[in-house]
Design a protein around this ligand. Sequence first.
Ligand code: FE2
Ligand code: FE2
Length: 263
Amino acid sequence: MTTKILFIGDIVNHLGITVVEKLLPKLHQELEMDLVIANAENVNNGRGITLKEADRLFEIGVNVLTGGNHTWDKEKIGLVFEKYPNTVLRPANYPEGASGKGYTLVPAKNGETIAVINTQGRLFMQAIDCPFQVTDRLLKEIQPITPLIVIDFHAEATAEKIAYAHAYDGKVSAVMGTHTHVPTADTCILPNGTAFQCDVGMTGAHDGVIGMELESVIQAFRIPTRMQMNSAQGDLRLNGVWIEIENQSGKALHIQRIERKVK
Ligand SMILES: [Fe+2]
Ligand SMILES: [Fe+2]
């Protein structure tokens, strides 16, 4: 018996949610899915998440939302954690005192218990707690409960992501990289059975720069005195990764990169 999971890369802006809404029914017809996980750190104008977006994403069939460095950008994030304490995550390795939680155990459609962990890298990012030490600690707690473990490792540097994935090869079912918004061509199952892709990519408008409107980003790079950026609007795509995991061992059997356009 196996568990099939779709992991959707960083959903950017409300347009990104619309992309998921349009494409998820077709993906359900095409692929079997027991659980849908999506990174949602950018759903509110590229920065953060509020109840409005969380409600909508759960309504359209996403089961667990992960986060990243933008999770706390909106003041009312507390309301999101309050309403969805077990299905909206933020990176587990933020220092004590940060709101929200970094891992959860959720039931999949097939009745299996799936652990989802969210961690964040430190290279070219905030100097938070060590993702390796925090993951080691969480796995001690989670491994006796279920072998079906998916990690969203939210990080900038490919080297850090590859090192992290190998560190947990055979200990978790999948390490899915997020944050750069650009999908990588390294989709694989590592030697000991962990599915891995350095970055899943983003979901939303692709005619700009990682989801933001082209001209405003070029201006922000030319004259870095202001960071006012608008949202991109066109070339709507969903980027994700589909994984099939063996229930008994927790090892990945298949992995497939998914890219779909809204026509
Ligand atoms: Fe992001
Ligand atoms: Fe990020």
